[in-house]
Ligand binder design. Structure first.
Ligand SMILES: NC(=O)c1ccc[n+]([C@@H]2O[C@H](COP(=O)([O-])OP(=O)(O)OC[C@H]3O[C@@H](n4cnc5c(N)ncnc54)[C@H](OP(=O)(O)O)[C@@H]3O)[C@@H](O)[C@H]2O)c1
Length: 386
């Protein structure tokens, strides 16, 4: 993808082949996996290949949206702009809301219920953009109507719900993917390739911080335990997925958190360990801080100063202090997850290696562990077993 305008450091190059991107995606890297014996390759070539296929070239899908809320608006703007796919229909619990959304985004069909949306024969695939508490039911609704699903993060409230959705997808032979869009973005692909290549040396630590100063209205989605509110499922899922993207499931996890008056988690810091590598994942939904990332190896580090999970450039800094900006930033962002879904659906595949079922289940499992350590249960889960 030459349009990414990658400008890597070209010193000390050779013609060594880059690692096979598909192979490196299918398995977590593991802290000891970088191939230290591989000489520096041609970084332009390596990074171009790492950045992934052009979303505009993916097959066209007619999407239906469940839940015309905040994030659905972004999906409706970006998918027709950056891919061959279209938003064919929107479903709301209220027909007026569906119609207003449809008018605003030029969507041909508006439905006053999610049942009607999933039954619409002109809809090829369903994007579930409802609150976390509803993902399980809405994904099942779509799958049982024979529609593949792209389900907003966090995939479900807990692992049991996530497993039920994926079991249904498997049984029906339908594609399902968590809309963890960052894992489909070019800079995540390049970051993973940098780690895999050994360019950073042995991976020592990762610090991924997700601060946001959000609306803490007690009546809103974020503060409502019944809607799966709290910093973890909204924000913490990004640092956890990032760490999982690079290293897979950790050996251990320890969390410290703070609860808001409504009972949801306002903030947490999670420390994860894989052998000799440690990651710190921070989430706080009431903090005017950065959303930064440092991936630190024994020979070099990669930094993203802000909004690490959105399309960004990577800053590679080596032991001698030389920094190189890798221009991986792109416009939009949601087109990558939508295009990945379209490619897999067209190929008859049930999941994507970018956001595999295993990845979603393992990250959900990490969030279950965090909530257990914080003593936090959603009302749907009932009281803790004695
Ligand atoms: N990828 C990202 O960057 C990103 C960013 C923000 C949020 N998200 C994710 O997107 C999802 C939705 O977040 P949002 O901020 O878009 O939420 P939102 O603005 O509150 O919209 C949620 C929509 O879900 C529908 N809904 C269905 N059942 C509901 C219920 N019981 N209570 C409230 N609304 C219900 C509502 O539509 P109707 O009532 O009209 O049917 C509502 O418009 C979450 O999973 C969130 O984590 C992702």
């Amino acid at each position: 993808m030459s349009d990414l305008g990658l400008t890597p450091d070209r010193t000390n190059t050779s013609n060594t082949d880059p690692p096979n991107p598909d192979q490196s995606l299918s398995e977590p890297l593991g802290p000891g996996s970088p191939d230290q014996s591989r000489p520096d390759a041609d970084w332009s070539d390596r990074l171009d290949r790492a950045a992934g296929p052009d979303p505009a070239a993916a097959p066209a899908l007619r999407w239906g949206i469940i839940g015309p809320g905040g994030i659905a608006q972004r999906f409706a703007r970006e998918i027709p702009r950056f891919t061959a796919s279209t938003i064919q229909a929107v479903g709301s619990r209220d027909l007026g809301r569906a119609r207003r959304f449809a008018d605003c985004f030029g969507v041909p069909r508006a439905h006053g219920s999610y049942q009607e949306l999933v039954a619409d024969p002109t809809v090829d695939a369903v994007y579930v953009a409802s609150p976390h508490s509803e993902h399980h039911d809405h994904a099942l609704l779509a799958l049982r109507a024979g529609k593949p699903v792209l389900v907003e993060k966090s995939f479900a409230l807990n692992t049991a719900q996530a497993e039920e959705v994926l079991d249904e997808a498997r049984a029906r032979g339908l594609f399902a993917m968590e809309a963890m869009w960052s894992r489909c973005l070019p800079h995540y692909a390049v970051l993973r390739q940098l780690v895999a290549s050994g360019r950073l040396g042995q991976l020592r630590n990762i610090v991924a911080v997700h601060n946001q100063s959000l609306d803490l209205d007690p009546a809103g989605r974020l503060m409502n335990p019944a809607l799966g509110g709290g910093a973890l499922l909204d924000l913490g899922v990004y640092p956890l997925h990032l760490a999982h993207w690079l290293l897979g499931a950790p050996d251990s996890l320890q969390a410290v958190g703070l609860l808001a008056d409504s009972g949801v988690d306002r903030a947490e810091t999670i420390v994860l360990r894989w052998g000799q590598t440690i990651a710190t994942a921070v989430a706080d939904c009431a903090a005017a801080g950065r959303c930064s990332l440092a991936v630190v190896g024994s020979k070099a580090r990669v930094d993203i100063e802000d909004w690490f999970y959105c399309p960004q450039d990577l800053i590679l800094t080596e032991l001698d202090g030389r920094s190189t900006v890798l221009n991986t930033k792109v416009e939009g962002g949601f087109q990558f997850e939508a295009a990945e879904s379209a490619r897999r659906i067209a190929a008859g595949e049930l999941e994507s290696p970018l956001v595999s079922w295993r990845a979603s289940l393992e990250v959900m499992g990490l969030m279950d562990q965090v909530r257990r350590q914080l003593g936090l249960r959603f009302p749907q889960e009932g009281p803790a077993p004695a």
